[in-house]
Design a protein around this ligand. Structure first.
Ligand code: GLA
Length: 382
């Protein structure tokens, strides 16, 4: 087997300085709450993106990957958002965003970069954040930026917002940076304070199944931006800076003042924030077997109030629960992508085949189903 370092040497003619990596993520609960300054509870998964990087003597960045033939070249003297497109925008966007955040790149060395990944693209598992965070930790070390993981997560988010054009929050990059084995990351998106919460999955003999609908989504266009706009409209009409300020007690008043669609969007965010807090409290007090109702309620809220699920996701979740999952819900931005099911390990296979059968019987697209393990966030591998 060729290692990534060997592949780098074959591509660039010398050995890399090091290899850095960062994972994709699953959000356990807390969807579309991040850009409303609310709460999220994701974990980093055991699927990663690796960046083998070598330091150059000039100011050139050369970028290659194991999944595309073309080499992209850019200069650190001329990093502009205009010239960025395709997957390389995620990498060059991080360099741009670091400079935009105040990092002094005036003496930074050019880099040769080779990217590899086993995070599925378009599955709602944040392959883009994995890429941003892998190069983020590499840049931080090689350019001596001295940034902590949260600062690097923010830079990844800015890259996503500005270089890629998706109005996303901090969820994905925070999970990819701060993830820990067997833990979820509780993040308050208002204060940007984060702490790990123990999951104890193995101890409880539980697994998490990812059920990728194989319906592809795009957050730079379409429904994601519309939901973002509805939340901003709701906040404005309610006279608050963000929906974080609205609590369950304020929902009756919100209903009286908002049109039905905006109200339901607001209700999702408000109730979802509470479900995140309840999930953290339940995990601490009673463990993961007790969070099923919260996962299921989140799925219903995304389906009926926020309207971001697709039939493949709804049927997969309902079928998983009917066949013994503790809970199941869509994860990520929606309009396709993946759902997750929290399952007793001994039932994982039978639940997966029941979901496949149900989707096939309904004439819907065949899902890809696999387990994920909560894993360590961004790091240097060698
Ligand atoms: C996408 C975005 C995140 C978050 C989720 C929905 O993954 O990148 O910032 O908004 O959707 O919770």
């Amino acid at each position: 087997m060729t290692t990534l370092s060997q592949a780098f040497e074959a591509a660039y003619g010398y050995a890399p300085t090091g290899v850095w990596s960062a994972p994709g993520r699953v959000n356990l609960i807390g969807e579309h709450t991040d850009y409303n300054n609310g709460y999220v509870l994701p974990f980093a998964i055991d699927r990663r993106t690796w960046a083998a990087v070598g330091v150059r003597e000039d100011r050139t960045i050369r970028l290659r990957s194991t999944f595309a033939d073309a080499e992209v070249t850019a200069s650190l003297d001329d990093l502009s958002l205009d010239g960025m497109s395709g997957w390389s925008a995620y990498v060059l966007g991080v360099a741009w965003a670091a400079a935009d955040a105040g990092a002094d790149l005036s003496a930074a060395a050019g880099l040769d970069i080779l990217i590899d990944s086993d995070v599925p693209v378009g599955a709602g598992l944040s392959s883009s954040a994995a890429l941003e965070c892998a190069v983020g930790v590499a840049f931080n070390e090689l350019w001596g930026l001295g940034l902590d993981k949260l600062a690097l997560a923010r830079i990844g988010r800015v890259a996503e917002n500005k270089a890629v054009g998706a109005p996303t929050g901090l969820l994905d990059q925070a999970a990819s940076m701060l993830g820990e084995a067997d833990h979820v990351v509780f993040l308050d998106c208002d204060t940007e304070q984060a702490h790990p919460v123990a999951l104890h999955l193995a101890q409880e003999n539980l697994q998490i199944l990812v059920m990728n609908s194989n319906v592809e989504h795009e957050h730079a266009t379409g429904g994601y931006g519309e939901r973002f706009a509805s939340c901003a409209k709701g906040a404005q009409e309610l006279g608050v800076a963000t929906l974080r300020e609205v609590t369950a007690d304020g929902l009756a008043d919100a209903q009286a003042r908002l049109d039905d669609v905006t109200y339901r969007r607001v209700r999702h965010v408000v109730t979802e924030n509470q479900r995140v807090l309840d999930t953290v409290a339940t995990l601490d007090a009673d463990g993961p077997r007790a969070i099923g109702d919260l996962l299921n309620a989140s799925q219903v809220s995304m389906r009926d109030d926020f309207e971001i699920t697709v039939p493949e996701i709804d049927l997969a979740c309902d079928t998983a629960v009917a066949h013994g999952a503790i809970g199941a819900r869509m994860t990520g931005g929606g309009f396709g992508g993946s759902s997750i099911a929290l399952v007793p390990a001994e039932r994982a296979e039978s639940i997966a085949s029941a979901v496949r059968d149900a989707l096939s019987a309904a004439g819907l697209r065949e899902p890809s189903i696999f387990t994920v393990v909560p894993s360590q966030g961004a790091r240097r591998d060698s």
